[in-house]
Design a protein around this ligand. Structure first.
Ligand code: GCV
Length: 689
């Protein structure tokens, strides 16, 4: 048995004889370029994959074989005359970095497949694409695939706390990075790189954006260990070189989260003032040192002036001063600063903060700075409106930050699939450039992209919950191609992960598709309320159990009604959107029901479009959420005997826990509603009825 799950890289033997024949004919013999680390990774992957899929080891050739019926050729046209002869150079010349072609061709009377690209990284992606086709049983005799990524940067943010061996919001066990043992490498690192590259991720920020020990953890002795900022120390940087060269084989560039006060913490300066020449010089020297060791280093991610992390405000400077001071050091090396917009300030309504802070700075950031913005104005809630910053900073490179890990959506316990949420975000029309400027059309510059906060850990199944693997898969696939339908991405994952049984594919796809809506209903009541989770003092504050009483400012419940007034006469958040979005959200009549209470404080008996009152809809949705999870659990139960016992049992147990927790949420929320409104559920279901 493997030490850990293969996720979607299972490579089980092809079931259909017809397909097997055709796959064997074209793929049993392989002719693969040998020049680069990426080509080495391609060969290794083919060895693993084809022996599983075809039931026999592929035969690698050093020259195009002339005595076989068919073969697979992988390389750039410069690598191989056979490829240059089979695919006209113009066909790939204008592909973006990472793009590739896969073609079925006849060469010397042999039935061949060609995977080619202008870059070696493209060969890695092309190979995984081909293996995906084989893994899902697609025909390959008439292939003409041309693919390139929508966004230049598709980054994974690993919130890994070095030497503490944990991932903030990871929920899948300890960190897979054994920092203390570096430069020793574990086989799991390579498998992680394979998983990421197979879905097109091309950069990883190795450590947590929180680079100093959280205040709240000070009482815990375990926190006396190594802190994230120390990764910039020379000896630690040297230890990283093996790990990053492993990611390099898969086209993945490494990045580090750094502490803004590093010149004082790592260096011995007595200030980190971004306008101080010694500070700027310190960053330059540190960047030179890093690029000496890691020439393809991607850059730094910075969380500044947020949740206890140092920042430019400590020196009465602004975010432009802060980001540009670090960027100037990376610039000669082609490195980039990803500067997070997740900041707090003095506003009573936190939603207004990011826009208020960053929009006025548009156009002032250096060319190698990207402002990285969470999808919504609060903090990865089950559903939020899209951040007002998207489309509001046309002169600045922007990144969209999504959360793959399920911090507020049931963590490693609930089956909550985030792709439908991400699709909603991608499709949201910002009207930034007139009608038809959806979020997905942004981030197209070379310094822009999409970022996912990762969800893997040391657990056997990598992600805590087997079905949460789908979130990692879907993130990569959507960041590669945001136009691909959720249904297509989901079915692809299910097929690769659970095999070809169509009932299993339909059922798991349905569970995933409907899971997010269920979570919204039982955790929020479905009208735009949010942030009602318990926030403990303990490290890794809970964010799991219901606790609306801790957050009156977020739900705004009072005797007279519920919701938060974010209209012009309230906190004014809605005015940060462009019209007609601002108008739509700003009016109770046109605001979509699912966000109504985010933007408006309404009387309990306010009538919704279908005549139901707000209070009754909250009751109905909370109960519907639980019923829906029960339905999803039953769907899973219908797969008993059709999914292997290990995965079946694991997911079934998690569903039992999820149903129990959903009932708890429903109970707490409906009691809160009842208590404030004094109005009973007209269907008599709430506690104390
Ligand atoms: C990494 C929220 C989370 C924190 C996280 C922070 C952030 O507050 O609860 O765990 O810290 O967001 O995104 O920086």
């Amino acid at each position: 048995m493997n030490q850990y799950d293969d996720c979607w890289l299972r490579y089980e033997r092809v079931g259909s004889d017809k397909r097997l024949d055709s796959y064997q004919r074209r793929c049993r013999h392989a002719y693969v370029a040998e020049k680069s680390p990426e080509c080495g990774a391609v060969r290794d992957e083919l060895r693993r994959a084809l022996s599983g899929l075809l039931g026999e080891d592929p035969h690698f050739w050093q020259h195009p074989p002339t005595t076989v019926d068919g073969f697979l050729a992988i390389g750039t046209p410069d690598d191989m005359a056979m490829i240059a002869e089979s695919v006209p150079g113009d066909d790939i010349a204008d592909l973006e970095d990472g793009g590739y072609l896969i073609r079925s061709v006849t060469w010397n009377d042999a039935d061949c497949l060609v995977v080619t690209a202008p870059t070696d990284r493209g060969l890695v992606y092309g190979t995984f694409h081909l293996l995906r086709l084989l893994g899902t049983g697609e025909p390959i005799d008439d292939l003409d695939v041309r693919e390139e990524p929508a966004y230049a940067n598709r980054l994974l943010n690993q919130w890994d706390t070095p030497f503490h061996r944990s991932v903030e919001r990871g929920y899948a066990g300890e960190s897979i990075f054994d920092w203390e043992r570096l430069p020793d490498l574990r086989s799991r690192y390579e498998d992680y790189a394979r998983l990421l590259a197979s879905v097109g991720i091309n950069g990883i920020v190795l450590n947590n954006v929180n680079t100093t020990k959280p205040q709240r953890a000070s009482a815990n002795a375990a926190f006396d260990a190594f802190e994230g900022w120390q990764l910039l120390e020379s000896r630690r940087l040297e230890d990283l070189t093996g790990l990053v060269s492993l990611f390099r084989r898969y086209g993945i560039r490494p990045y580090l989260s750094v502490n803004f006060a590093a010149p004082m913490l790592v260096g011995d300066l007595d200030t980190a003032d971004p306008l101080d020449e010694d500070v700027r010089e310190w960053w330059r020297k540190k960047a030179d040192e890093i690029y000496d060791l890691v020439p393809d280093f991607g850059g730094f991610l910075v969380k500044a002036d947020s949740e206890g992390q140092a920042g430019p405000y400590d020196y009465d400077r602004d975010h432009v001063d802060g980001a540009n001071a670090i960027a100037q050091a990376l610039e000669p090396h082609g490195g980039r600063v990803w500067w997070r917009a997740f900041v707090y300030g003095s506003h009573e309504d936190r939603a207004v903060q990011a826009y208020d802070t960053f929009e006025p700075l548009d156009g002032e950031f250096a060319e190698n700075v990207t402002v990285q913005i969470k999808n919504g104005p609060i903090d990865f809630q089950p559903r939020e409106p899209v951040s007002t910053l998207f489309g509001a900073m046309p002169e600045t490179d922007l990144g969209l930050e999504l959360q793959i890990t399920q911090e507020y959506t049931g963590q490693g316990v609930h089956a909550t699939y985030h792709l439908p949420m991400w699709k909603e975000i991608f499709e949201f029309d910002t009207h930034a450039d007139g009608e038809g400027t959806p979020v997905r059309s942004l981030f197209r510059g070379d310094g822009e992209g999409v970022v996912g906060v990762g969800n893997v850990g040391e657990d056997y199944n990598w992600t805590g919950h087997y079905l949460a693997q789908a979130n990692l898969y879907a993130f990569g696939r959507a960041a590669w191609d945001p136009d691909r339908s959720a249904e297509a991405i989901t079915r692809e994952w299910v097929r690769l992960t659970f095999g070809a049984d169509e009932d299993v594919v339909d059922t798991v796809t349905e569970i995933l598709r409907d899971s997010w809506a269920a979570c919204i209903d039982y955790e929020t009541g479905g009208l735009g309320l949010m942030h009602m989770m318990h926030n403990g003092e303990e490290y890794l504050e809970n964010h799991y159990y219901p606790s609306p009483e801790e957050w009156p400012g977020y739900h705004g419940a009072s005797e007279d009604g519920i919701g938060v007034d974010r209209t012009e006469s309230g906190s004014g958040y809605v005015t940060q959107y462009r019209d007609p979005v601002a108008e739509r959200y700003g009016s109770v009549e046109t605001c979509p029901e699912e966000l109504l209470l985010f933007f408006h404080h309404l009387p309990w008996d306010h009538e919704l479009a279908d005549g139901t009152t707000v209070v009754q809809r909250l009751y109905d949705n909370c109960f519907a959420g639980v019923e829906e999870v029960e339905r999803l659990r039953n769907l899973w139960h219908s797969l008993e005997g059709r999914v292997d016992e290990r995965r079946y049992r694991h997911v079934a147990e998690r569903f039992d826990e999820q149903v129990a927790q959903a009932e708890r949420w429903q109970d707490v929320l409906t009691s809160t509603v009842r208590e404030y409104s004094g109005m009973p559920d007209e269907r008599g279901r709430a506690r104390d009825e």
